[in-house]
Design a binder for this molecule. Structure first.
Ligand SMILES: [Zn+2]
Length: 303
């Protein structure tokens, strides 16, 4: 009986979750976008580290040795899922099998709301954060999962998620009213890779990515020609580069359109799979999203 009590006390006051000295829950997230969600929902209870920095492409990212150490020391690991982090699947699965609490935020979204894709082993497009409605579900899900692991902070996580979701409501209103400045014919978004299908789903945009959904397949000459034909026929005035994808393919596309006798301009840089630098406006999800909306609408309106 005594031995049993001793063990119980040890395991309940021991640092089995490895909480840091400052008492915060140590969370490791894969992308800057997932890390932003964790900061918003975890608030003052968590310390969040993102493995990937600004401008890093999650489709191609491989975990370094340092990453594996950070992941194994984390109290909880959050990632996007649906094979966004296509080269980290094994590492994440190993952690989970080893007993680590590993959460894919995409689990928040019901399959009927996901956009199908043959590009991924998951069969779905992973870029869910571009539909704000889905990101609100991800926030509520994050609060739920954090609350399960740390019931003592459950109420705080739920309150944080509600606060964040209200900000997302405001962002939605802003986005819809800005996009309403474009007529339906102007709502065509051509970017470096297919990250914006959920954006298209939310705002009734036709979305075309030069590189298919994942950046691991290089755009071929035929893809460039087909898309150049499309831009020429539709007289699309602007196409967009992305911060986490090299711009050479979009430049090649612009040249191919020029060869047909039409000028399409580079409408600016969009943030797709990574946020901007910390401390800048685009370093948060809310700022990144506003930047994208303003860049897209301003460029396409000036046709
Ligand atoms: Zn992507």
């Amino acid at each position: 009986m005594l031995a049993f009590t001793a063990i119980t006390i040890l395991s309940s006051c021991g640092s089995q979750r490895g909480e840091e000295e400052n008492g915060k829950i140590n969370i490791v997230a894969t992308t800057t976008i997932v890390a932003d969600l964790m900061k918003n929902v975890g608030g003052s209870k968590v310390n969040v580290t993102a493995l990937m920095g600004p401008g890093v492409d999650p489709h191609l990212y491989k975990a370094s040795e340092g990453d594996v150490t950070r992941l194994s020391r984390a109290d909880m690991v959050f990632y996007n899922g649906l094979h966004l982090e296509g080269k980290m699947v094994d590492v994440l699965e190993k952690l989970e099998h080893g007993g680590k609490e590993v959460v894919a935020v995409a689990k928040a979204v019901n399959e009927d709301k996901l956009i199908g894709s043959t590009e991924y082993a998951s069969s779905y497009d992973p870029h869910i954060w571009f539909n704000i409605n889905l990101w609100q579900k991800a926030a509520a899900y994050t609060a739920q999962e954090l609350g399960k692991a740390y019931p003592e902070h459950k109420a705080a996580f739920e309150k944080n998620a509600e606060t964040f979701n209200r900000k997302l409501d405001t962002l939605k209103q802003f986005s819809h009213s800005k996009i309403n400045q474009l007529n339906p014919q102007q709502r065509v978004l051509v970017t470096a890779h297919d990250a914006f299908n959920y954006f298209g789903q939310q705002y009734d945009f036709k979305v075309v990515g030069l590189q298919g959904i994942s950046t691991s397949s290089e755009a071929g000459v035929k893809d460039v020609q087909n898309l150049a034909d499309f831009i020429y026929k539709r007289k699309i005035g602007a196409i967009f580069i992305e911060s986490s994808v090299p711009e050479r393919n979009i430049k090649a596309l612009q040249e191919a359109v020029k060869a047909k006798g039409f000028h399409t301009k580079i409408g600016g840089e969009l943030y797709s799979d990574a946020l901007g630098s910390p401390g800048t406006g685009e370093g948060t999800y809310l700022g990144m999203y506003r930047h994208n909306i303003n860049t897209i609408v301003d460029a396409l309106m000036l046709e």
